[in-house]
Design a protein around this ligand. Structure first.
Ligand code: BG6
Length: 454
């Protein structure tokens, strides 16, 4: 049953924020001698900063029964009565499968140079494993050609939650390491066929979300509520899938293909899991630790504010007051400083030199005004604040190389169906008409100036 409670009542890694950490700028002795900086001057991003936008396959493609696509766990889940807030499903969604050329034009009009999309595993391997479906891959061939023709760099995600249903039925989905192996096989196949044009591959999107929500709390597909030890094993199988996929892509893809995104074990995680810690072999840990070329961070909202504490783990989590402001999704609390602290801390603890903000954006209750425009002023407010903090991070040398705004257009927002609109373009789901919202001009301007400011 649709519970109506916010999925983000639960913690996830991306998007935390720390309180009590204060960066102090050293006062330089010659400060007085210099003319005061123009407080109103726009603040620039690095010259080679990559501006982009993002989507995912199940949320926009539609055409679920076309060209040999298999079923995914989200098809099953969305068609189960009571699971989706507005009783919709993504059978048609944005009909992007047929309208991809129009959508690439929208991407181009934004002025972005990069597009992060996901490949639907059940299009490429309808059974999850076994024989590939050439027609499924053909769609991505067409999409890639269209993107490149328009000067847009593709960044592909291999898994944005649409697990082939047969894997769920036959081996229990991510409960089995058979799924990890099947994922690596799919990853290698895609790399072999498409890495002549895709230079950057994200393996898995937000493992923490789909494992906890789908296998722990039962509010996302496949809707299971496993005990903690079994859930931790699911986490392990997903991390293993990532590691195996990194190896498969390196083996089958073109040299120089860059790979990223992972949840990895830390000593802290294993200590926290205690007797429920997953079972693994030393060999598996080695696979999981296969080096990444970059890390993607999806940054939306602060999940915790913490205060320093003398006892382990060294901090205590503070309660949120009911009046803490949020955007049009209840879980989307406003915390622009996450765009500063999350990449800064991630760079330090993971010792990485390439970070992408793989998602950032907001829902808005935007409507078409009498003059035909969509004035999504709250989205612009949100973006301006988060980008200001992100610029602060890059100006201090935090290695954020690019930013992908979620999302290109309104789409099927998982358990919220079409009720929540995250797009830069408004979509009328009856006519499939796309209308640029005011935030399109805002983002276009940021990109053109490569700066955020007045
Ligand atoms: C991100 C997901 O975590 O949140 C996206 O990667 C999703 O796929 C976005 O659209 C918004 O989430 P929700 O749950 O409000 O639809």
């Amino acid at each position: 049953m649709f519970t109506g409670y916010s999925r983000r009542h639960f913690a996830k890694l991306a998007g935390f924020s720390a309180l009590g950490m204060v960066a102090t700028a050293a006062k330089s002795a010659d400060n007085e001698a210099k003319p005061a900086a123009d407080r109103h001057a726009p603040a620039s991003f690095p010259n080679d900063f990559i501006w982009g936008t993002a989507t995912s396959a199940y949320q926009i493609e539609g055409a679920v029964n076309e060209d040999g696509r298999g079923r995914s766990i989200w098809d099953t889940f969305a068609h189960t009565p009571g699971k989706i807030g507005d009783h919709s499903n993504a059978d048609r969604a944005n009909d992007h499968y047929h309208r991809y050329k129009e959508d690439v034009r929208l991407i181009k009009e934004l002025g972005v140079k990069a597009y992060r999309f996901s490949i639907a595993w059940p299009r490429v391997f309808p059974e999850g494993t076994g024989a590939p479906n050439p027609k499924g891959l053909d769609f991505y061939d067409r999409l890639l050609d269209e993107l490149l023709k328009n000067g847009i760099e593709p960044f592909a995600t291999l898994y944005h939650w649409d697990l082939p249903q047969p894997l769920q039925d036959k081996v229990g989905g991510w409960r089995s390491s058979e799924t990890s192996k099947a994922f690596a096989n799919y990853a290698g196949y895609v790399a072999e066929r498409l890495s002549d044009r895709i230079k950057n591959i994200f393996t898995i999107n937000e493992a923490g979300r789909f494992v906890n929500f789908g296998y722990g709390w039962g509010i996302d597909a496949p809707g299971l509520k496993l005990p903690q030890a079994e859930l931790n094993q699911v986490h392990h199988n997903v991390a293993l899938a990532h590691g195996l996929a990194v190896q498969a892509i390196r083996a089958k893809g073109r040299a120089g293909t860059k790979i990223g995104v992972a949840d990895k074990y830390t000593d802290g995680y294993l200590a926290y899991a205690g007797k429920d810690a997953p079972k693994y072999t030393a060999e598996e840990l080695k696979i999981i630790s296969s080096p990444n070329d970059f890390v993607g961070l999806n940054i939306y909202a602060p999940q915790f504010y913490v205060a320093a504490a003398d006892r382990a783990p060294g901090f205590s989590v503070l309660p949120f007051p009911a009046s803490f402001p949020h955007m049009n999704s209840e879980w989307l609390r406003i915390g622009p400083e996450t765009a500063y602290w999350v990449p800064r801390i991630a760079a330090k603890i993971w010792n990485i030199d390439t970070i992408y903000i793989s998602e950032n954006g907001t829902s808005s209750a935007d409507k078409i005004a009498a003059d035909g425009n969509v004035y999504d002023l709250d989205r612009i407010m949100y973006l301006r604040n988060y980008l200001t903090q992100l610029q602060r991070a890059t100006s201090e040398g935090v290695p954020v190389r690019g930013y992908f705004l979620w999302s290109l257009m309104d789409n099927f927002e998982w358990i919220f169906g079409f009720e929540k609109r995250f797009g830069l373009y408004r979509v009328d789901f009856k006519t499939q008409r796309r209308i640029p919202k005011l935030s399109v001009s805002f983002y276009r301007d940021v990109i053109a100036r490569n700066a955020i400011g007045i």
